[in-house]
Design a protein around this ligand. Structure first.
Ligand code: XLS
Ligand code: NI
Ligand code: NI
Length: 435
C-alpha cells in the first residue's frame, strides 16, 4: 500500500538534472572532508509539520490535503499516519525524525488514557523503525497547545499544572527512550510571560529549573543516554520567553547548575526573531561547547513571526555548515527540518518538493563550506587579524602576566597603535567566489 503512489524514491541525478523530484547536490554517499554527506548532514523530518500541520494561519483554516487521515483521535488513525510518515522518510531518504508526544498520539480525556495511547503508537513506531532503519533524533512533550498550559507549563503559577507538565515530560522521555532516541528537546513555548504585572519571574525561573532537574534525575533513573537540548526562542506565543536566545539559555543553565546536562538546539527562524543571525547563535553555542542540534528552516524578512520556511538560502546553509564543520560535525544532533510548506502548497507532493529542496540547499552549503575551508584564505585572514596576540605583548596579556602598571609603561613607550583594515567587503566577495 502506497500513500504517495506518484512519488518515486528520490534519486540523485546531479546538477544538470531538470527533474524537480531529484537531488541535484545531495548525494548521500559522496565524501566531503572525509565523511559522507549523509553522515555530515543527518537530516531529520518533523512529525508535527509533515503529518499534523494543516497549514492554517491566523486568518484562515487548514488547506493541506491529507487523504490518509480520517481526522479522528483513534489509535488506528495515529498508526496509519505513522505508516504514511515512514513511507515519506523512505522516499526522501531522510534518516531521522523528531516528534512531540501529541503529534504521534492523541491527547484523550484523561492523562492515563493519553499515556496509554502514546505507548500504543510508540510500539508501532518501534516496529516501523526496526523495518526501515530510521532513527529518532529527538522527542519532546507538547507543553503549549492544551488550554491548561495557557499560563505556562513548568512556569505556571498553578502547581497542579506544573505537576501535569512533569507527568507529561516523564511519559515523553520514556517514549523517546523506548524508541532509542538520540536526544530529547525542551522548547518552552509558554515558559515566559504575557505581562510582568502578574508575574513572579524569579519564582517561575526556579520552577523551570526544578522541572529540568527532575528530568535529569529521571533520565539517570531509567538509564536514558540521549542528549537533552534546550531550544531558544525569544517570543511567540508568549510576549517574552525565558529561553530567549542562546546566551540567555546558557546563563540560565549555568545559574541553575544544569550546564553539564544540556546542549542547545538552535533554530534559524528563532535566531532572527531574537534579532540575531543564525551564525551568531551557532557561534555563541559553539563557544560554550553546547552546540547540539539544529532546527533547519528560515524566516521571511517581510514577516515578523516564525514563518518556518524551508531553507533555500545558500548563504544561510553555507554559514550553518561552516559552523558545523568547525565544530567537527554533529555527535547526537542533526539538521531537523522544523519547516512547513506555505499555505498555498497544499498537495501531498509539495512535502517532497519542500524537503528535497531543503536537503539540496544544505548539500550545497556543505560543499561550499568545505571548499571555503580547503581554500584557507578566510581562516588565514582571521588568524592573521589576531596575530598580535600570538607573541610579544599580546601573548603576555593572554597569559595573565602583565599588570595595568606594565601596560601603562608599554603604551608610553610604544605610542599610538596602527590598526589594520577589517576588510569586510573583500571577505564578502571571497564568499561569493564559492557560492
Ligand atoms: C516552535 C518550535 C517547536 C520546537 C519543538 O517554534 O520550533 O517546533 O522545535 O517543540
Ligand atoms: Ni523548532
Ligand atoms: Ni520554531
Amino acid at each position: 500500500m502506497s500513500y504517495f503512489p506518484d512519488v518515486p524514491t528520490i534519486p540523485f541525478e546531479g546538477p544538470e538534472s531538470k527533474n524537480p523530484l531529484a537531488f541535484k547536490h545531495y548525494d548521500p554517499e559522496a565524501v566531503v572532508e572525509g565523511k559522507t554527506m549523509r553522515e555530515h548532514l543527518r537530516f531529520g523530518a518533523a512529525y508535527w509539520h509533515v503529518m499534523r500541520n494543516g497549514l492554517a494561519d491566523p486568518f484562515g483554516g487548514p488547506t493541506a490535503l491529507m487523504p490518509w487521515d480520517d481526522g479522528s483521535d483513534s489509535i488506528d488513525n495515529a498508526k496509519k499516519r505513522a505508516e504514511v510518515f515512514f513511507e515519506f522518510l523512505e522516499k526522501t531518504g531522510i534518516d531521522f525524525y523528531c516528534f512531540h508526544d501529541r503529534d504521534i498520539a492523541p491527547e484523550l480525556d484523561d492523562f492515563a488514557k493519553s499515556t496509554a495511547a502514546l505507548e500504543a503508537v510508540v510500539e508501532h513506531l518501534g516496529q516501523l523503525q526496526e523495518k526501515s532503519g530510521k532513527k529518532l533524533l529527538w522527542g519532546t512533550a507538547c507543553l503549549f497547545n492544551h488550554p491548561r498550559y495557557a499560563q505556562g507549563a513548568g512556569t505556571s503559577p498553578d502547581a497542579e499544572v506544573f505537576a501535569y507538565a512533569a507527568a507529561q515530560v516523564k511519559a515523553a522521555i520514556d517514549a523517546t527512550h523506548k524508541l532509542g532516541g538520540l536526544g530529547y528537546t525542551f522548547w518552552g513555548g509558554r515558559e515566559g510571560y504575557a505581562t510582568l504585572l502578574n508575574t513572579d519571574m524569579k519564582r517561575e525561573l526556579d520552577h523551570l529549573a526544578a522541572l529540568l532537574h527532575l528530568a535529569v534525575d529521571h533520565k539517570k533513573a531509567i538509564g536514558f543516554e540521549g542528549q537533552f537540548y534546550i531550544e531558544p526562542k525569544p517570543r511567540e506565543p508568549s510576549t517574552h520567553q525565558y529561553d530567549s536566545d542562546a546566551a540567555a539559555c546558557l546563563n540560565f543553565l549555568r545559574e541553575y547548575d544544569l550546564l553539564d546536562h544540556f546542549k542547545l538546539n538552535i533554530e534559524t527562524n528563532h535566531a532572527t526573531l531574537a534579532g540575531h543571525s543564525m551564525q551568531h547563535e551557532l557561534t555563541v553555542a559553539l563557544n560554550a561547547g553546547a552546540l547540539g542540534s539544529i532546527d533547519a528552516n528560515q524566516g521571511d524578512t517581510l514577516l515578523g513571526w516564525d514563518t518556518d520556511e524551508f531553507p533555500t538560502d545558500l548563504y544561510g546553509t553555507t554559514q550553518v555548515m561552516l559552523k558545523v564543520l568547525e565544530m567537527g560535525g554533529f555527535t547526537t544532533g542533526g539538521l531537523n527540518f522544523d519547516a512547513k510548506r506555505r499555505r498555498e502548497s497544499h498537495e501531498p507532493i509539495d512535502l517532497f518538493h519542500a524537503h528535497v529542496g531543503g536537503m539540496d540547499a544544505f548539500a550545497r552549503g556543505l560543499k561550499i563550506a568545505a571548499a571555503i575551508r580547503a581554500d584557507g584564505r578566510l581562516r588565514e585572514f582571521v588568524a592573521n587579524r589576531y596575530a598580535s596576540w600570538d607573541s610579544g605583548i599580546g601573548a603576555e596579556i593572554e597569559a595573565g602576566k602583565l599588570t595595568l602598571e606594565d601596560l601603562s609603561k608599554h603604551v608610553r613607550r610604544k605610542g599610538e597603535p596602527t590598526l589594520a583594515s577589517g576588510r569586510q567587503e573583500m571577505l564578502s566577495n571571497l564568499i561569493n567566489e564559492f557560492i
